[in-house]
Design a protein around this ligand. Structure first.
Ligand code: HMG
Ligand code: MG
Length: 311
């Protein structure tokens, strides 16, 4: 298998934690429903490829996201991984948290929007109503000893509202941190960001006393900018990057969203920069090829395609 030549860049971190979202962000957007056993095997294969944080599913309303309605059946099938792999799950409200805690989830994520339009479309709430909904979720999750991630969607642009003022992102970041979230993930839900905007937003957040160490980045790749945006974030000191095996993904409530940054494209770049991730690129690529076979279409990842057309 071809590997990139390793040339380090002293301005970048030594290690990056990849937060793998293919099984959740990827599969929530499939037209058909993937069988529970296939999801379980996908997650086991991702773990065997060295991914240590694998977002497993969502405990949302099954009518809103029927593709993930099997969360209760799936999560117990992952129990052999608990202890070696973090398996965060999305919980929008206390009902979702109850369902997740009942199955022993140790990492949960609430998901806010920084725009009113997407808060309504995704959560049937205003931005502030959604934050009020999350408050007891975060408090109870922390009291139960779980780690809590707070997602923020539409940080760089919104399909209904256009440009998004930085102040809106700052406000929601502060609210989620004040609630007790351990980590935030800045979502470019529709993939419109460019690198200068990433640096500007991270700088504005630092100015507002949001430390870089609490921030992860979550780029969708609609305009092919996800990897460039990630590099800008790494240069700013971010060390948590969300990505989706094979580039699966999108959001059913934002039609212009397509797949996340492909984990293989990310790992190719990080391997080339000598940045540790713990991920075996060959095993990961084989997993995405296997999943592409289950879904009946090729992976959009350039790295997956390049590595599988070598011979
Ligand atoms: P709602 O209709 O306003 O809910 O939906 P409600 O609170 O009025 O409750 C209505 C009924 O739903 C009640 O049942 C509840 O019990 C039930 P009834 O009394 O009528 O029989 N219910 C639930 N059932 C099971 N599990 C639950 C649950 N909650 C309520 N958790 C709600 C509000 C938040 C539930 C709904 O809008 C929802 O489920 N939304 C989820 C949307 C979603 O999953 N979107 C994709 C994930 S976000 C994303 O992809 C972006 C991200 O990747 C970052 C980025 O890219 O930007 C993270
Ligand atoms: Mg997403």
């Amino acid at each position: 298998m071809t590997l990139p030549m390793v040339v380090r860049d002293p301005g970048l971190p030594a290690r990056v934690r990849i937060h793998e979202v293919g099984a959740r962000d990827g599969l929530q957007n499939e037209k058909g429903t993937v069988p529970t056993e296939v999801k379980a095997e996908f997650i086991h294969r991702l773990a065997a490829a060295g991914l240590a944080t694998i977002e497993a599913t969502s405990f949302v309303h099954p009518k809103w996201v029927p593709q993930l309605a099997d969360a209760e059946a799936l999560f117990p099938q992952l129990q052999d991984l608990a202890g070696t792999v973090d398996l965060p799950v999305l919980v929008p409200n206390e009902k979702g948290l109850d369902r997740a805690l009942a199955l022993g989830a140790r990492q949960v994520a609430v998901f806010a929007s920084v725009t009113e339009s997407f808060a309504k479309a995704n959560l049937n709430r205003t931005v502030d109503e959604a934050l009020a909904m999350f408050e007891p979720v975060v408090a109870r999750a922390k009291a139960a000893g779980a780690q809590v991630r707070g997602y923020l969607s539409m940080c760089f642009g919104d399909p209904w509202e256009g440009a998004v003022p930085e102040a809106q992102v700052v406000r929601v970041c502060r609210a989620l941190l004040d609630m007790g979230c351990d980590e935030l993930s800045l979502g470019d839900t529709i993939g419109v960001a460019t690198p200068g905007q990433v640096t500007a937003l991270l700088t504005a957040l630092n100015t507002a006393a949001v430390p870089t160490g609490t921030l992860g980045v979550h780029f969708h790749d609609t305009y092919g900018q996800a990897l460039s945006n990630t590099l800008a974030a790494l240069r700013h000191g971010v060390t948590t990057v969300d990505a989706s095996a094979g580039g699966l993904g999108g959001c059913p409530f934002a039609k212009s969203a397509i797949g996340n940054l492909a984990t293989e494209d990310l790992v190719w770049m990080l391997d080339g920069l000598g940045i540790e991730t713990g991920v075996d690129l060959g095993r990961l690529t084989a997993t995405s090829m296997w999943m592409a076979g289950r879904l009946g279409r090729p992976s959009p990842s350039r790295t997956v395609r390049a590595l599988t057309h070598e011979d």
